[in-house]
Write a protein that binds this ligand. Sequence first.
Ligand SMILES: [Zn+2]
Length: 211
Amino acid sequence: MDSCCTVRSTEAGAPTACPSCGKAGRKVERITLKALLRSEALARMTAPEHRFCPSAGCPVVYFGQGEIFGRDDLNVPVFQKEPRGHRTVCYCFAVSEGDLRDEIAATGRSMATERITDLVTAGRCACEVRNPQGSCCLGNVAMAVKAAQEAVRSNDKPLTVIEESPRHASAPRPRGSAGRTALAGSERDGPELRDRREAQGPSPDRAAFSD
Ligand SMILES: [Zn+2]
């Protein structure tokens, strides 16, 4: 990024692996930290170069020579380090995981990738100053769309696993009286037992779990 205030950094400035989790970090521009670090964190920034740690379970967001910045040092939540489900995926145009699920539930698919791509092509994205990873969100959006599709599908069809089992689907039905025993439990018990059951009403367990 060309700017009168930007000093060109040296390649040797930042370690490549996160000092906390050991995962390789991607280099981020200084402008990203300047835009997203809280004032007090920005005031102590001294390293010439920084990298972004993408590990979900690691508290470090940026690391440079002799310094680290964690989640609390940023003024926005970090996509990679927040619990899945309601995260902001696209920081420039404010698309969340919930938005993706709503769109898929309403229309059957998400056009988020296409919409964001159009806006990026039109030169309206500002990932380097809005997205903590300092780069385009489209890879994250594609993953989030896939996860949202799976979430919506599993909500729509809770019995998918049973339907997919060929053993249950193709098993021949038993003939004659044997075929009815599974359904006729109360008949076998006789009238006395059946009456007692009805008098007791639903068991407490069932009542507790009913919707
Ligand atoms: Zn890390």
